[in-house]
Design a protein around this ligand. Structure first.
Ligand SMILES: CC(C)(COP(=O)(O)OP(=O)(O)OC[C@H]1O[C@@H](n2cnc3c(N)ncnc32)[C@H](O)[C@@H]1OP(=O)(O)O)[C@@H](O)C(=O)NCCC(=O)NCCS
Length: 181
């Protein structure tokens, strides 16, 4: 299905990105603080618009595909949450999240990630969620631990990224371990 499920929890709603989100998506995704640990950085609003068009035209839950949720707060796009439907024998996902720096430090990413996990574990039947992170990205490590992920590995120079070998710190969370606490 092309449709992205809408999920509301606490102060945030997750739903499909829209063409009119391109200026907001560009405004935060092009900032150094957001792009530093991300593979995609738009150079123009048009690139952000093309990203949205590609995403909304791709099916939800297609194996080995990435699909995006927009994170909305008070009607504004404040971030995005990507789901990578991992290929393999069972349903597993890799997650990636970005929040506009203007909206960081208020717990909105925590609520967005909890909302996504609730949907993925209880409706989509996902068995395990994982995240791949930079060792220096302490904000995402704190976020992942806050919602119940545990660090499972620290691979030394396992990724070739931006012309050099970099470490990969992996986190995981099983559906049976959620919700944490
Ligand atoms: C990863 C990222 C989304 C985390 O954002 P964040 O704002 O730190 O996370 P939250 O929105 O959950 O906010 C948590 C902070 O708000 C505080 N907070 C305030 N009110 C809160 C509430 N009601 N609930 C939870 N936390 C609250 C927490 O104490 C925490 O602050 P601290 O970091 O000083 O301890 C953000 O750093 C980001 O977008 N980074 C750039 C993109 C990126 O690198 N993504 C990861 C790629 S793998």
């Amino acid at each position: 299905m092309l449709h992205r499920p809408e999920v509301t929890a606490g102060r945030v709603t997750l739903d499909a990105l829209r063409a009119q989100d391109a200026p907001a998506l560009f405004a935060y995704r092009s900032q150094d603080a957001v792009a530093r640990f991300q593979g995609w950085r738009p150079a123009t609003v048009a690139e952000a618009a093309a990203f949205i068009a590609r995403d909304v035209g791709s099916p939800w839950a297609a194996l080995d595909g990435w699909t995006q949720w927009g994170i909305r707060h008070g009607g504004a796009l404040v971030g995005d949450l990507g789901v990578h439907w991992l290929p393999g024998p069972g349903p597993q996902v890799e997650l990636g999240i970005s929040l506009d720096p203007a909206w960081q430090g208020r717990g909105l990413a925590t609520e967005a990630l909890q909302a996504a996990l609730r949907r993925l574990f209880t409706v989509d039947g996902i068995h395990r969620a994982v995240a791949s992170t930079d060792p220096e990205n302490t904000a995402v490590h704190a976020l992942l631990r806050r919602v119940g992920f545990r660090q499972e590995a620290h691979f030394r120079q396992s990724l070739y990224w931006r012309d050099s070998w970099v470490d990969d710190v992996r986190f995981g969370l099983l559906s049976t371990e959620w919700p944490a606490g």
